[in-house]
Structure formats: C-alpha cells, structure tokens
Design a binder for this molecule. Sequence first.
Ligand SMILES: C=C(O[C@H]1C=CC=C(C(=O)O)[C@@H]1O)C(=O)O
Length: 520
Amino acid sequence: MSLDTHPTRRPLPGRQVFRPAAARGPATTHPTGTAPDALGPSFPADLLDVCRRAAAIARREHRPVLASCRTVAPQPPPIDLWSHGRTRTERSLLWQSAWGGDFLVGLGTAHDLTARGDGRVAAVRADWQRLSTGPVLGGPPAEGTSGSGPVLVGGFSFAPARTPSPSAWPDGLMWVPALQIRGTNSGAGGADSAAEVRLNAVLHPGDDPVRTARSLLRLAARCLTAPPAPHPSADAAADSCAPAVAALTEEVPPAEDWKHLVRRAVRHIGAGGFEKVVLAREVRVTSTAPFDLPVALRRLERTHPHATVFAVGHGSRTFLGATPEYLVRLTGRSVHTLGLAGTAPRGATPAQDAALARELAASAKIRHEHDVVVRALRDALRDACTAVTEAPAPRVVQLPHVQHLSTAVEGRLADESAGILDLVERLHPTPALGGHPRAQSLDWLADNEGIDRGWYAAPVGWTDLAGQGEFAVAIRSGVVDSHTASLYAGCGIVTGSDPDDEYAETCAKLRPMLQALGIG
Ligand SMILES: C=C(O[C@H]1C=CC=C(C(=O)O)[C@@H]1O)C(=O)O
C-alpha cells in the first residue's frame, strides 16, 4: 500500500486588491467601444478584424463562424475574477484544475450547445465539431496547444431528466464563453499574474461585426474593471471554518428512509439485481442570510488544495464544489482516468489515521467496491485506446474528512479524430457514481433514489478546438441560490454494506460543502 495525496497544485497567491489594468489607468474609449487598457492598445482593432473576417466567411459559406481574439494581461486570482464577473453575466464558470495549477474563468456566452436525453454528450460533441471547424483566430499567437484557443465549457446532468422541468439543471449545456481567461495560479503573491484573455463570438450570416466587437468590449469592460476592494473580513471569513450563518437543514430522504433504501439495495444485490449501486442523498439548507459564494470557494480552495474547485453560475443558481475525482483528461493523445471509490474516515490521531488507511486498503468489501470501478474504466478505455495501463495496486488518497482508494487508468487514444467528449460519453457514469452493471443500477436508482441529482456526480469541464480537455466528476458539490442550498453525497453499496456506516460516510462527504457555506 502506498499513502499518497493528489498531484500538487502550485501554491496559491494571497488575496490581492483587484487591479486589472497594466497601466492602472481609467478605461479608454476606442473606435469600437470601451475596452480595459489591460487588453493592450491594439486589441480593439484586432478584435474588430477577427469579427469582420468571421462575418465575411459566415456570409460567404452560410454557416456560423467561431471568432476568437487573444491577448495576455495581468489578472487577479481566479476566484476574485469569477466573483466580480459572475454578477455581471448570466452564465459563468470557475475552474481551478487539480493538475498543474491551471485555471479557467468563463464569463457570458458566445454560443450555447444544449442537448437532452441519453444522446446528450454525443449531440454536443457533434455540434462542437461543426462549430469548431474553420475558426477565425486573432491577436498574438499562443504557445502550446492544450486549451490555447477558444474553449467549450459546461457539463451534463447525471442522468437525463425523465420529465423535463424549467427548474432542473439542463441535461447538457456547454457554451463558448464570450470572455475567457486562462492562466496558472503562480503563487506570485501580491502581483497580478499574466493570463490569456480571449473574447469569443459566433458570427452568423448577416451579423454586424462592428456591433459584435463593441458588445464584447463592453462585456470585458464590465467584467475586468476593478470591483470595490474586498471587505477586509473576507480573508478572515475564508480562513475560519466557524459556523457563520444560522440555517435550517432538511434531509432528502429523511435519514431512516435513506438507511432503509441502503438495506433494499443490499437485498437487491443479494437477489442478483446488480453487483454495486451508488446511492446518494440530498441535504437542503435554508439560511437566514444569502450564502457568500466567494468565501465558500476560498474555503474550499484552502481546505482542498489538491481538488478541482469549480463553480458554474447559471441564472440565479450556482453549482459549486471541490472534487477529488476526475472522469477523464486528454492531453495530446494521452488519456487519463481515475478510479476513486472505497472510503474510510480520517483518524483523530496520526496512528489512528494510519490504522484506518491500512484497514481501507485491506478490506475485501471495499476492494471489491473499488475494483468494479477500475474494471469498468479499463474496459471502456480498451475500446477507444491502445496501451491501456493501470497502477498495480490502489493508493490511499487522504482528504480532510475522508480517505479513498484511488487507481489511475491510462491509455493512448486510438482514433486520431476522437476527442474528450467521445471519452466522456463512453465513461459516464462510472460505477463510482452509478453502479454495475450500468443499465440495471441506473434503472434502480431512477426508480428508487428519489432525488434529482442534477449535475451532481456528473461530468463538468472543458474541451478545446483540438478535442483535448478535462472533465471532473462533480462530487462534494451543491447548488446554491441566494439563501438556499442543496448539497449531495453518496456512497457505493455492495454486499455487506451497513446502513449506519454508509450514512456516516455521506455525512463526512457533506462536510466540505457545509463548512464552506459556514454551516458547521
Ligand atoms: C459518490 C461520492 O463519492 C464517490 C467517490 C469516492 C468514493 C466513493 C465511495 O467510497 O462510495 C464514491 O464512489 C460522493 O462523494 O458523493
């Protein structure tokens, strides 16, 4: 057994006052609109040129054309950037990747790709293939390839809605952010770090490129000009894990009912219905004050430095979390997936902690729960990849409240024309979130679980023009809407699962989000 943590994200910079413009001067009026100076003097003209070229192609070829203009500018920490921008746009994404410290902030939308039903990933993939063909790019060229052009961001629901409702999270929603900022959390301390800034648009036949460029510059001015200095208590609030709000919580289903469901799942396994199912529950929280999302995200970032911290703002609601699990990452042709399943609590002392880790690695029941996932990943990759390999034995990964068994499974994508969305379609949901066999366990969940998972336990991430990207499994997460929040956690049920233990495990998995929201 090896004891390990997740790959290390580079150290995070401290809190800083937002000063987006390199020149630190007031916004300047350009022929095409008002642009923050930080984007550089030639940016408005470059943007207009890109939009004009795209509009000409759209007219000539009678198709929508993706246009993207790039620059590099100093930017504040991603959570500050997202927090400021999200209140000025209908749609936003914050993505702080667990790998290498890269971040992505997407604000506003240039184009939505939506899809419903079982074929939702395939439908979005086909639309992205069409849209990302023949883009018009401008500004100084980027170094490297992964994510260096305009990206498509968003996610999918765990399962297609049985009865579509306007309040449900969409089955599939990915979009090209109108304003896209990518960079690395460099640990540069007080200084803003340079990030790639892109303004993206999709021009249709007949669109006026001047209007498009102007409205993009207005968006950049709204989102990149300095917000009021953060309240001095913001840092202290993020540092403290003390409960900050009074809140009422409701368990869905109630605790005893959920434990009863665990018993039923175990009986169903005994009767040969399936081998494993991952049963989730929801905790609804109503607070006396609106939840402070920037503080919640800073807490998650500090308490979970090795997780992917994400937030998707959609209208008045935000889906956020800090997930230790990724579904798939594609870099060049290298495919990385992760089997994360099997859980033990953390110990109160180092000795107890180590004993729990040893028990976790030695438990036949947990090993079975874990191996089902690794087997499914391996089988799914074998159909799409060459050189499929997996770690010889699971590692124990330690998080603040729980420890997990973790096995990386990797391969080389065989089909040159395939991209990460092909892999998302193949892999989701793994038995770490659904069950095994897939169809039987998902049917049982749809009939019995009794909650709408929305985007919990589902793929959330991004892809670029080359089809590379990252998709996390959105666990340790919840949806916040002003004073209310719905938080989710689940656990794998196999032969021998004990309802009280499983319930306690979900409580531990809910703690990061509860603490982030200041509930305890
Ligand atoms: C379904 C969740 O966790 C999954 C990931 C790691 C370990 C798990 C487990 O041991 O049951 C679950 O498969 C969740 O956190 O809501």
